[in-house]
Design a protein around this ligand. Structure first.
Ligand SMILES: NC(=O)c1ccc[n+]([C@@H]2O[C@H](COP(=O)([O-])OP(=O)(O)OC[C@H]3O[C@@H](n4cnc5c(N)ncnc54)[C@H](O)[C@@H]3O)[C@@H](O)[C@H]2O)c1
Length: 349
């Protein structure tokens, strides 16, 4: 049975790294069918479409997974198209767990001295549908010296519980040992109390897994000083957003980081962690590995593990043999690096 994948390259370097990653997927000869959608700044500027009215229903009904590049373009300063497409997928399709694996493939990629691949291998599970990102709030007396801006932070019992449970299930499935919940409950007491109580309740159902807690500011310090202590981290939407850029730096930068936006049993969406990097766009310089590793993550999610493993092995070979772009110490272009990886995959089949 062919898996159906909706592809949204989006803006900027998304339009380069996604076609490059698709070539690598094709090299595995996996039974998938891609349908590409042009939802992007170009389309929005042409006819005002962000995503068609039935877009989310159609994606959930007709596709097994969605593969997205990046959205954001200086020609659309309001970022309205990116919000509607990307946050729309996350919120309206209820993709509540944003899973970001953090793995160092080679010592040379880590900016920290003496840190080896076995020291950086953890997963961040970020809540993906709540927090301050629901866009609730308002402005009073705008433009005056008395202006008041509020941005509300939503945390529901249901939302907190399901993402924490997801993190424990992932830990069990991946044979990991510890789940660390990170918050700021010492000062954000209402939301913090909910996260703390629910974390304890859910942790009690997984006696073989060690529950841990760390305030998010301390976590940032520890991530830079001693990343090997982390196994699985679960946190809210905003802290997850921030700490995963820091975590990406441990792997060699944003160009290396993969992610999945997941709701078990529903059509889920996969995207590299990086944005559209407008200054890099159109230069064949963007690192395609984040997108390629994201494609592997998507195949594994669809149960196509052996194809995913071939891609991961080829990426590792590319890093070790420096068949990579300049942001990670190579001298290949986006296309050339992806083509090398695709060839390596084809050879291994
Ligand atoms: N998920 C998304 O679609 C997403 C995520 C973040 C930012 N954005 C949007 O992207 C635009 C640019 O945002 P930004 O500059 O804050 O973040 P960015 O991730 O686009 O770029 C940040 C830095 O990382 C570098 N970088 C990113 N991806 C790279 C790659 N594949 N290879 C090499 N270097 C890479 C860039 O050159 C830049 O220096 C904005 O419009 C923003 O809203 C979108």
């Amino acid at each position: 049975m062919k898996r159906r994948i909706a592809v949204v390259p989006g803006d900027g370097i998304g339009k380069e790294v996604i076609p490059a990653a698709l070539k690598v997927v094709e090299a595995t000869r996996v039974a998938v069918e891609f349908t590409t959608f042009d939802w992007s700044a170009d389309r929005y500027l042409k006819d005002g479409t962000t995503i068609p009215a039935d877009g989310f229903t159609m994606l959930a009904r007709d596709f097994d997974a969605i593969f997205v590049g990046a959205l954001g373009d200086p020609r659309v300063p309001s970022n309205v198209h990116a919000k509607e497409i990307l946050l729309g997928m996350r919120f309206r399709m209820d993709l509540y767990a944003n899973v970001r694996p953090v793995k160092l493939l080679d010592e040379s990629l880590c900016p920290l001295k003496g840190v080896k691949p076995e020291h950086v291998d953890f997963v961040v599970v970020r809540e993906n549908t709540e927090g301050p990102y629901v866009d609730a709030g308002g402005v009073l007396k705008q433009g005056t010296a008395d202006e008041i801006a509020t941005q509300e932070d939503f945390n529901t019992r249901k939302g907190v519980e399901r993402v924490i449970r997801f993190a424990f299930e992932l830990t069990r499935k991946q044979g990991r040992k510890r789940v660390l919940m990170s918050d700021k409950s010492n000062v954000m007491t209402f939301a913090g109390s909910l996260w703390q109580r629910v974390f304890k309740l859910v942790a009690a159902e997984y006696p073989e897994i060690q529950p841990q807690h760390m305030y998010v500011d301390a976590l940032c310090m520890h991530m830079a000083r001693d990343p090997k202590q982390f196994d699985v981290i679960v946190t809210n939407n905003m802290f997850g957003d921030i700490i995963t850029d820091l975590a990406a730096a441990l792997q060699g930068g944003l160009g290396m980081a993969a992610s999945g936006n997941i709701h078990p049993g529903k059509t889920s969406m996969f995207e590299p962690v990086h944005g559209s990097a407008p200054l890099l766009a159109g230069k064949n310089q963007a690192n395609p590995i984040g997108a390629i590793s994201t494609a592997a993550m998507m195949l594994a999610h669809l149960g196509l593990n052996s194809h995913a493993e071939k891609i991961d092995a080829a990426v590792l070979a590319a890093v070790r043999q420096k068949q990579i772009t300049c942001d990670v110490g190579g001298n290949l272009g986006t296309r050339e690096s992806a083509e090398w990886i695709a060839k390596q995959v084809a050879k291994s089949m």
